[in-house]
Design a protein around this ligand. Structure first.
Ligand code: ADP
Length: 162
């Protein structure tokens, strides 16, 4: 069975992430979406909330599993016996960061962990969780960015009634 891990913050998941998830799930037998528990960041949603949101948003894709992890991605992937990481690429600005991560993971895993990049669908090229949160914090329209139930949850976090 060919499995891949799609790691990320997903704070919260956007249509950009969901597009990558659907495309990767169509290629691999199993796609493990792994929410990174990064103690250095202060997220809007807790890891548990992000896992729950992702499970709900991907409930119609049978070969997707959602988990959380902390620590090194290479260790987590090795524990799962997975050798492919999925990441998304939007603009050139993503490239440098992603290339560095991919090469570091190859080095740390002694060549056992490769990264496969999916280029963004054009309509989501400028979509990021950060932008969505910023727009929402000012009460702006994010209905084209995230599923309805996520939109509701974001506005609730900011105490904004819609
Ligand atoms: P991280 O904090 O790990 O970068 P994110 O949740 O922001 O986590 O993103 C996870 C992955 O999804 C990254 O590879 C990112 O480039 C990709 N991604 C995020 N938004 C989009 C988008 N709109 N289109 C394509 N890929 C995206």
């Amino acid at each position: 069975m060919k499995s891949a891990i799609y790691p990320g913050s997903f704070d919260p998941v956007t249509y950009g992430h969901l597009d990558i998830i659907a495309r990767a799930a169509a290629i691999f037998d199993e796609l493990i979406i792994s929410v990174l528990n990064n103690v250095k960041k202060t997220p809007l949603f807790s890891v548990e909330e992000r896992v729950r949101i992702l499970k709900d948003a991907t409930k119609d894709i049978p070969n997707v599993k959602v988990e959380s992890f902390s620590g090194l991605l290479v260790d987590y992937a090795s524990q799962q016996d997975v050798h492919v990481i999925v990441r998304g690429l939007r603009a050139i600005t993503d490239f440098e960061y992603e290339l560095q991560n991919a090469q570091t993971n190859r080095l740390l895993s002694r060549g056992a962990l490769d990264t496969m990049f999916f280029t963004t669908s054009l309509e989501y090229a400028y979509l990021s969780s950060t932008t969505v949160k910023e727009i929402a914090s000012f009460g702006g329209n994010i209905s084209d960015c995230v599923p309805d139930f996520v939109e509701k949850m974001i506005f609730e976090k900011y105490g904004i009634r819609k």
